[in-house]
Design a protein around this ligand. Structure first.
Ligand SMILES: Cc1cc2nc3c(=O)[nH]c(=O)nc-3n(C[C@H](O)[C@H](O)[C@H](O)COP(=O)(O)OP(=O)(O)OC[C@H]3O[C@@H](n4cnc5c(N)ncnc54)[C@H](O)[C@@H]3O)c2cc1C
Length: 386
């Protein structure tokens, strides 16, 4: 009999397993996939660590989380600086002085600010006149209005509109404003996407981190907790359960399905050394069906652990998809309907004896990796050592 059954060998489950083992508890970790790591899983192809479930860049402002994760790997100095490709015109992201220079030829922050301000003001004047309201009454009614009132028309049309439409499968004027609360605009020459104190990629990929975290636990992959053939026997193997799968699935979807956006990746190993010159290129026009191309080798600067250049490359085209029950769940849709439904599931989860629900699926929340680590550490800290 184990002290803990941990359902899901992703980051949340692995941090819990590691900490519980240190506290003297026995742990069985299962995953329905044929590998550990959850969505941060990386797999080697031709010496390149491929991020199988989408590009993962570790970034945090939390020094304790940064120190914690550095126990398990050496992190490189990778800084996320994606490029936007709009019909072959290349722009720096996030929106910064390089972007504004390329867009308008401006060179100073004041000129850039003035351009944006002029476009915002024109737009708000026009839309309030159309709606018969005063400028002070203006409240963005949809994502299009929200985005233009933040960054003006040029940036919206070239860098936001079609990309967002591809991501959400609907035009911006049919999407709620809350999806974009703010669009970071920087009046410095700074392409660093995440404004984080600490940032990097683990040299050798993420899977090694999970492997190290799971040392001391028994691990079974290809094991679905919800498979009726195993559920009761697995439950009877442990005193407590930490469940990191989808909360609605745990309860047999008896209140309905929580919705997600899904992704599909087309991955190719190419016999060229440099396909696009950057790890992340976003395609912001509507003619290109995918949202971005990831060239995985650049997360580790195109070299192996010994600093030798890697021959060949691996790219993944990322497509955003409508989620259907049964497809891989990526981004929770935190709109009113789904938030209300999750609240109902949360109440059921809270009253489930000896089961703790955690992680992005268990809590139906988008969490970056640093938050997942912090949440898992917080949960385990409430459990006394054995
Ligand atoms: C496309 C994308 C890009 C991202 N990029 C970044 C980034 O750059 N930086 C960052 O900090 N974060 C990023 N994230 C977030 C990051 O992926 C999450 O923080 C992290 O993976 C969450 O870990 P988890 O353990 O909660 O969930 P998961 O990794 O999903 O692990 C849950 C595990 O539970 C298993 N499971 C589910 N149901 C069952 C069951 N019934 N039986 C057995 N096993 C089950 C699953 O197979 C899975 O392995 C990104 C997320 C996405 C979607």
């Amino acid at each position: 009999m184990y002290d803990y059954l941990i359902v899901g060998a992703g980051l949340y489950g692995a941090v819990c397993a590691h900490e519980l083992h240190k506290k003297g508890y026995s742990t069985l970790v299962i995953d329905r996939r044929d590998h550990i790591g959850g969505n941060i899983y990386t797999e080697q192809t031709g010496g390149i660590n491929v991020h199988k479930y989408g590009a993962h860049i570790f970034h945090t402002n939390d020094a304790s989380v940064w120190n914690y994760v550095n126990q398990f790997a050496v992190f490189n100095r990778y800084t996320n600086s994606p490029i936007a490709n709009y019909h072959g015109e290349l722009y720096s992201l996030p929106f910064n002085m390089y972007t504004f220079n390329r867009m308008w030829g401006v060179t100073t922050p004041d000129e850039a600010r003035a351009r944006i301000e002029e476009q915002r003001a024109d737009y708000i004047r026009e839309i309030t006149a159309r709606k018969g309201m005063s400028i002070s009454e203006f409240e963005p009614a949809n994502l299009e209005e929200q985005a233009i009132s933040l960054v003006g028309t040029d940036i919206y049309e070239k860098l936001v509109r079609d990309y967002t439409m591809k991501q959400w499968g609907r035009p911006c004027n049919e999407l709620p404003a809350f999806i974009i609360r703010r669009l970071p605009v920087r009046f410095t020459y700074d392409n660093n996407y995440f404004n984080a104190l600490y940032q990097g990629i683990p040299v050798g990929g993420y899977t090694q981190i999970i492997e190290k975290m799971l040392e001391g636990s028994d691990v079974r992959t290809d094991t679905d907790f919800l498979d009726p053939r195993y559920r009761s026997s697995l439950s009877s193997e442990a005193h407590n359960i930490i469940y990191t799968g989808p909360v609605d699935a745990y309860f047999g979807y008896d209140l309905g399905h929580l919705e997600y956006r899904s992704l599909r990746f087309e991955t190719e190993h190419l016999d060229t050394d440099n396909y696009q010159g950057n790890a992340v290129v976003n395609f912001t026009d509507s003619d290109t069906p995918y949202t971005r191309i990831i060239e995985h080798k650049w997360f580790e600067f195109g070299v192996d652990r010994n600093g030798q250049s890697i021959h060949g490359t691996v790219i993944s085209r990322e497509y955003s998809l409508e989620w259907q029950p049964g497809t891989e769940s990526y981004y929770p849709v935190n709109d009113e309907k789904n938030t209300a439904l999750y609240e109902q599931y949360r109440k059921k989860a809270d009253s489930e004896p000896n089961v703790h629900f955690g992680g992005r699926l268990g809590e139906y929340k988008y969490y970056d990796m640093d938050r997942v680590i912090a949440k898992a550490l917080d949960h385990v800290s409430s459990i006394p050592a054995r």
